[in-house]
Design a protein. Structure first.
Ligand SMILES: NC(=O)c1ccc[n+]([C@@H]2O[C@H](COP(=O)([O-])OP(=O)(O)OC[C@H]3O[C@@H](n4cnc5c(N)ncnc54)[C@H](O)[C@@H]3O)[C@@H](O)[C@H]2O)c1
Length: 285
């Protein structure tokens, strides 16, 4: 069940903007036929127009991922348009922050509904279509570094993103016999401009501080995440399922750093052999 033949049918949620749009664009540029799902019909239509103008085979399907009927209708319409999906990316997510003591039940419910229940509803609909088609496939779910490192003011978001990781692991186990792989991408801070619910804190001092705290010393780009998703959904990732791939410039690799006050490298070990026994190759070879 090879994954790399181009012209595959791909479905991406939350694809009108941000990471979802970058992911949809990556697959479209590779020659796949991409169905873009999003709750925001206007922005979706604008993004689809731009992609079509660039010569790509794409179509937009407005849907709220928390609406069970709308999701299954949109997936069915996408399958009718482009054929059985081989790749599905559950990316739609929101992050309206509030400290726990100030968090209303409505806010909590919306975050869990969009991020976690939306992932369930979409991957269930697309998973059923993949199983019916019998050609295998690859599903990728969007989590976040917040699945393993807590973030003050974002309990609902962190809980939803941790939930996605465990959900995807179980789905990977259940769909493995059908040749369907399920993986998770966990981005660190990716700056692609304004984000719904976060205002413009993603630029300016905060963004600079995040970049400085990242070992690769730069902010992530949407294309970094798109590349990781593409890899997981390709033959190169053919034996990867149930995995979580951090795309974060090593910002989750560790926390503490011990200052090094030395100014020079440690001296090289002294070669104690007589000069006649030394060769250009290192001792012992
Ligand atoms: N940008 C980052 O730094 C970052 C880091 C880690 C994880 N993520 C995750 O990546 C995903 C995309 O993030 P982003 O930065 O591109 O966000 P974004 O706000 O720029 O885009 C999200 C898209 O999802 C759509 N959407 C929102 N609610 C929806 C719903 N109910 N149904 C369908 N579509 C809906 C929005 O209309 C929007 O087009 C999210 O799941 C987010 O949690 C982002």
């Amino acid at each position: 069940m090879t994954m790399d033949g181009r012209g595959r049918a791909v479905v991406v949620t939350g694809a009108a903007d941000g990471l979802g749009l970058a992911i949809a664009t990556r697959f479209a540029e590779l020659g796949d036929r991409v169905a873009l799902l999003d709750i925001d019909g206007e922005r979706l239509a604008a993004s689809v127009r731009r992609l079509r103008a660039a010569g790509h085979q794409v179509a937009g399907f407005p849907a709220d991922v928390t609406d069970e009927t709308a999701v299954s209708d949109a997936v069915a319409a996408a399958v009718e348009r482009f054929g059985p999906a081989r790749v599905a990316v559950s990316n739609a997510g929101i992050a309206p922050n509030a400290p726990v003591l100030d968090c209303s039940k409505a806010r909590w419910d919306r975050v869990i509904d969009v991020n976690l229940t939306g992932t369930f509803l979409f991957t269930r609909a697309v998973g059923r279509a993949m199983v019916d088609a019998g050609e295998g496939g690859a599903i990728c779910c969007m989590s976040s570094g917040a699945h393993r490192l807590g973030r003050v003011g974002a309990a609902a978001y962190c809980a939803s993103k941790a939930g996605i990781v465990m959900y995807a692991k179980v789905l990977a186990m259940e769909l493995g016999e059908h040749g369907i792989r399920v993986n998770v991408v966990a981005p660190g801070f990716v700056d692609h401009g304004y984000r719904e619910g976060l205002g413009d804190f993603v630029s300016g001092d905060y963004a600079e501080a995040m970049a400085a705290a990242t070992p690769l010393n730069r902010r992530g780009a949407a294309t970094d995440v798109a590349g990781a998703v593409e890899y997981l959904c390709s033959d190169a990732g053919g034996y990867i399922s149930g995995a979580v791939l951090a795309v974060d410039g090593a910002s989750s690799a560790g926390r503490f750093h011990i200052p090094w006050s030395g100014t020079e490298r440690d001296p090289a070990p002294v070669d104690k052999r007589p000069p006649t026994e030394r060769s250009s190759s290192p001792a012992g070879e």
